[in-house]
Design a protein around this ligand. Structure first.
Ligand code: ADP
Ligand code: NI
Length: 216
């Protein structure tokens, strides 16, 4: 891959995400990109597609664009074509961005590739562990959701529509998504990292309940 392609993409993303909220800002993208590069060390895949997708995967989240799920993939592909990336790769990248999210995975996903597995793992790793906890409470605060309510039961096996509408507690989000991610990892590298991050979240939850009950 040409250094220029990467550099132009980085500046485009940094600029676009300048005012993004903390859960989906440039630093999230940078962490996902780093995770993707780590996973790539042990996988055979198209490096250019993986790195460019990692950088562009959250260029416009539908959550912040009235639910428009086409806008992100469209902005990404218009940009990539404008800097001369091949149409074939652009189509692949666009398909990954459309299908890789947790939300999309709750619906029907008809597309699959090694490159998608890698970027999906890289993004999912950033939703768990210490960073995952920070992002979840940040998101909950943004939505004004309660931290926890013992009366509100987690809703497992939600459909894509239910997941999007959910206004439950942030602690429930751990049961509805974060604790499920470890078993959804595609690559061995991500599986190993996810195990550790998963245990860290379990430790956090048990400490949380002890403190909630005034036991610690
Ligand atoms: P995706 O973009 O993969 O579909 P989401 O947009 O659901 O994933 O999640 C993006 C980030 O926001 C993640 O870190 C996730 O944990 C957090 N998040 C999403 N929904 C909630 C929620 N209801 N409560 C707390 N955090 C949430
Ligand atoms: Ni992301």
């Amino acid at each position: 891959m040409e250094v220029e392609t990467l550099e132009q993409t980085i500046s485009f993303v940094r600029e676009k995400l300048n005012n993004a909220e903390a859960g989906h800002d440039w630093f999230h993208v940078e962490r996902v990109w780093k995770n993707a590069k780590l996973i790539l060390e042990r996988e055979i895949a198209d490096r250019e597609v993986v790195e460019l997708t990692a950088l562009l995967h959250d260029i416009a989240d539908s959550k912040f664009h009235d639910g428009d799920e086409e806008i992100g993939p469209r902005i990404a592909s218009d940009f990539l074509l404008s800097i001369g990336v091949s149409a074939e790769k652009v189509t692949h990248i666009q398909k990954i961005i459309k299908n890789m999210s947790f939300k999309a995975s709750l619906g029907k996903v008809s597309f699959h590739s090694k490159e998608m597995e890698i970027v999906q793992d890289a993004d999912r790793l950033d939703a768990i562990g210490a960073i995952g906890i920070a992002r979840a409470f940040h998101f909950g605060g943004y939505k004004n959701n309660p931290l926890f309510d013992p009366q509100v039961i987690p809703r497992l096996n939600q459909t894509k529509e239910e997941y999007k509408k959910n206004t439950g507690t942030t602690i429930n989000h751990f049961y509805e998504k974060l604790l499920l991610l470890k078993d959804k990892m595609n690559t061995i590298t991500a599986k190993a990292i996810a195990e550790k991050r998963h245990s860290y979240m379990e430790g956090f939850l048990s400490q949380f309940y002890e403190e909630w009950d005034g036991h610690k």
